[in-house]
Design a protein around this ligand. Structure first.
Ligand SMILES: [Zn+2]
Ligand SMILES: [Zn+2]
Ligand SMILES: [Zn+2]
Ligand SMILES: [Zn+2]
Length: 145
């Protein structure tokens, strides 16, 4: 049986030719029932997933670009922050770009370690640049929890 749009209100109610398959729910859809360029159908949940993924990707691209610029500047012994005139001082614990003291901060956090009988609260810290601060949570989770 040929593929047909799976997004009509009733099964087989939409007779339009299919143009794309939704990457979230797997349904094939026609031009009327989805967004070809996004490979996402018009379902609310799928559209929401698409928006979340796109925001995430944009953030990744932005960080990647920032990292590239930073490393380029580091090669000339300059702080990784664009337009900063200071020399490098310390590396960011996440992106590993070198920065001057003005462009990094020490982020402290606490976490629990468990032994058979007791739970101990321990302090940890990491040096992060501005752009990497949102990663503190993941870092803590990956390394300590
Ligand atoms: Zn979908
Ligand atoms: Zn359709
Ligand atoms: Zn960083
Ligand atoms: Zn700097």
């Amino acid at each position: 049986m040929a593929l047909h749009c799976e997004k009509g209100l009733l099964p087989f109610s939409c007779r339009e030719p299919v143009v794309e398959q939704c990457i979230y729910c797997g349904k094939h859809f026609c031009v009327k029932h989805g967004h070809v360029e996004k490979a996402s159908c018009n379902n609310i949940i799928c559209s929401r997933n698409y928006k979340r993924d796109r925001a995430f990707k944009e953030r990744e691209l932005w960080e990647e670009e920032r990292r590239r610029v930073g490393l380029e500047r580091n090669a000339s012994n300059l702080c990784g922050s664009p337009e900063c005139i200071n020399e490098v001082y310390v590396a960011c614990g996440h992106c590993e770009v070198l920065f001057c003291p003005n462009h990094v901060s020490r982020c402290t956090f606490s976490f629990n370690t468990y032994s058979r009988r007791t739970t101990t609260r321990v302090q940890g810290d990491i040096t992060l640049c501005e752009a990497c601060k949102p990663h503190l949570k993941e870092y803590k989770r990956d390394h300590y929890e």
